[in-house]
Design a binder for this molecule. Sequence first.
Ligand SMILES: *Cc1c(COP(=O)(O)O)cnc(C)c1O
Length: 363
Amino acid sequence: MTSKLIENTIRPDVRALASYHVPDASGYIKLDAMENPYPLPDRLRTELAMRLADAVLNRYPIPTYGTLKQKIRANLGVPEGFDVILGNGSDEIISIVATAVARSDRRAVIMAPVPAFVMFARSAQMAGCDFVGVPLGADFSLDREAMLAAIAQHKPAALFLAYPNNPTGNLFDEADMEAIIEALGDTGIAVVDEAYGPFAQASFMDRLPRYPNLVVMRTLSKLGLAGIRLGYLAASPALLEQLDKVRPPYNVNVLTQVAAEFALDHIAVLNAQADALNAARGELAASLATLPGVTVFPSRANFLLVRVPDADHACAQLLADKIMIKNMSKMHGLLANCIRVTVSTPEENSAFVEALRGALETR
Ligand SMILES: *Cc1c(COP(=O)(O)O)cnc(C)c1O
């Protein structure tokens, strides 16, 4: 009965999918998800608790979120005349964009250079769009000619560029990105995903006035608030008006709103943590580079992509040592034997380096 029901109701491409597997990390050093290892200082946590106690839980959220949006615009450099839409994480915003461009008269195309953040392709599929991935060059730079040719051929309605890119960690060349944004013109929305902006200290935000088809997406997740789920997208009012029709009403809850406003009032604390992680990234990269057979790729994010002699063996050994990282080696040909590790505290980074050293020796 159940299998017939599933077969008769759930679409075939969903039935064929594997679930997005999130492993249970209790008891592990968790270096797989680009989380900030540092909690808010005690003083701020106590103050936040009081603010949360005052949150109005019996009412629906105020749908405009004027105060929160104003703080985002002010703190994060959204240009005059532009506004933001909020999402339950930027994952939801990716899905809102995909849903907004999906159409019933023909299949819309969503494009990204690959390897890319998995949710670009996943959201495209769920919305009923075709996803076209254009391979990066061997050094993970944009293949400008291939991208421009793919844009001319497929006319994508939306194109995602993560800046810095996940899982490769690099910033794409600005001129390449501008050529792509210009080539899309008025046939495609260019989404620059700056999830790692706090670490890269580079942004396309100030280019919003120059390109009417450009939108810039950010999130509080990698900065230290992955648990509250808040992402936002800055764009022209005309585009936001359309995207807002697709956004589920009340998609950002009041506890998130209160916590986010509080965090933005104390953004200097989070930025200082990001600076510390940036410094730690340099030290971690230098330590890893001394290990035999290990290649560390340049990163402007809070993670490192690392090529090892045998990624499966390394991940198995690290897991046995209670360290969780991400094995990227099956994701794309360019990522053969690559692992991705989040930059964490000096102690956790050292534990990782020592465990990886051990894994390399037992091979
Ligand atoms: C982590 C990540 C996101 C997801 O952010 P959330 O706001 O936590 O949903 C989006 N884009 C990229 C490139 C990421 O790596």
